[in-house]
Design a protein around this ligand. Structure first.
Ligand SMILES: [Mg+2]
Length: 220
């Protein structure tokens, strides 16, 4: 069967922050006089709240275990502004997606709250870039849950066997996509997770625009 649908993860796959995320988190914490929060602690709490309107419950969970009386909403706002302001697209992504749309249905599926992820998409000017743009905050479940990939296939109007998902995270992207019957291409970069053997193919992130079209042909 030939490939008809192509979909991407957002963070670390198509867009990166110019400052590392731990630095941005510490700056947000400092801005509201919050307690120290580790990146691991943040990611653990984030994973529990992939279908929310904002990151407020993420920070409420983290602050719950501390003596701090900082408002989780103000912390969520400070962090969102820090991330959004420093988010940049990788070179050539708009042209790549536009080119792919002449041959495939092309989608975006990103984990996170509505406010956090829609702010990023707006900041990048990508509201109309894809045929379908899905944020798990608006869905019944986040990646790797099958419900997230079902919503993606619905948006694309393709079946799992004719769709490729491209992302950097083994659990969310590679396990999630392949368990739902999609092809998966893992994006690799300096400091990325190791190659996941479940991926159908691998691609260097800085070669995405050059190598992806040919790689999609080879999967068909
Ligand atoms: Mg990612």
């Amino acid at each position: 069967m030939s490939i008809r649908g192509v979909a991407f993860d957002l963070d670390y796959t198509l867009a990166v922050t110019t400052r590392d995320r731990d630095t941005i988190l510490q700056a947000a914490v400092d801005a509201v006089d919050g307690p120290q929060i580790s990146r691991e602690e943040y990611l653990r709490a984030h994973r529990q709240h992939l279908t929310r309107e904002s990151r407020e419950p993420v920070f409420a969970d983290i602050l719950d275990g501390t003596a701090s009386d900082v408002d989780p909403k103000s912390m969520a706002t400070a962090y969102r502004e820090g991330i959004t302001d420093s988010l940049e697209p990788l070179d050539g992504i708009e042209a790549l997606v536009t080119d792919l749309r002449s041959r495939y249905r092309v989608g975006l599926l990103t984990n996170g709250s509505v406010l956090a992820q829609r702010s990023k998409i707006e900041h990048l000017g990508w509201e109309e870039l894809f045929d379908t743009t899905l944020v798990t905050g608006e869905l019944p479940a986040g990646k790797p849950d099958a419900a997230a990939f079902e919503a993606l296939l619905d948006g694309l109007g393709t079946t799992a066997e004719e769709t490729v998902y491209i992302g950097d995270t083994p659990l969310d992207d590679i396990e999630g996509a392949t368990a739902s019957g999609l092809y998966a291409i893992q994006v690799l970069f300096d400091g990325s997770p190791d190659r996941d053997p479940r991926a159908d193919a691998y691609i260097e992130r800085d070669r995405l625009t050059q190598d992806l079209p040919g790689l999609l042909d080879s999967l068909a």
